[in-house]
Design a protein around this ligand. Structure first.
Ligand code: SF4
Length: 183
């Protein structure tokens, strides 16, 4: 179904194809969505390409545009300098979330979106409240609305597993950076 003219435009930061599946399903009735791929935290590059390919499959299946932003690995490494030894869930991850959501919010503000959101909170390993707080801060700075929902509700994570199977998506076994792979 074509969105009505009054349907708000939402830029959806997608961390990977599997997490994107369930969030797209939840948001599609309410928003005109474009997906935004900005994940310079994913290492090595072969893994980055593998996850991006999965996201392309999801966007195509949902008939949604997918914007592929740059693989700014050096910029991301610079941002987390000094935090390499942090455990997963610690300060390095806060900086990592900020890095990706700031770029997403900037793109949304510059391209006529009224809303943005992220799939980052689908994983049970992530702090949804912390992610939503970061999103709301950038939204406030840039005059946007951030969809601060917990997409794990209504079986969001289980639904992402089910939809990933249906689409034969690769499901990674570490968060993304080489430090999470190490740990
Ligand atoms: S563990 Fe995940 S969220 Fe944390 S810094 Fe690494 S890639 Fe980012």
């Amino acid at each position: 179904m074509e969105p009505a003219d009054s349907t708000p435009k939402l830029l959806l930061h997608t961390c990977c194809g599997p997490c994107a599946t369930a969030v797209i399903e939840q948001l599609t009735p309410r928003f005109e969505i474009e997906c935004f791929w900005y994940n310079p935290n994913i290492q090595p590059e072969a893994e980055y390409q593998r996850r991006l390919e999965g996201m392309r499959v999801v966007a195509e299946a949902a008939a949604l545009p997918l914007i592929e932003a740059e693989y700014d690995e050096a910029g991301w490494e610079a941002a987390i300098t000094g935090l390499q030894q942090e455990p997963e869930g610690g300060w390095r991850c806060q900086v990592c979330f900020k890095y990706r959501l700031q770029r997403t919010a900037q793109h949304a503000a510059e391209h006529g979106f009224t809303h943005f959101a992220t799939t980052l909170g689908v994983s049970p390993y992530k702090n949804v409240k912390g992610i939503n707080t970061i999103g709301e801060q950038y939204a406030q700075q840039l005059g946007l609305s951030f969809v601060a929902e917990n997409f794990r509700k209504r079986n969001g994570f289980q639904r992402s597993v089910q939809l990933s199977r249906e689409l034969h998506l690769y499901r990674q076994n570490y968060c993304g950076c080489r430090y999470s792979q190490r740990d």
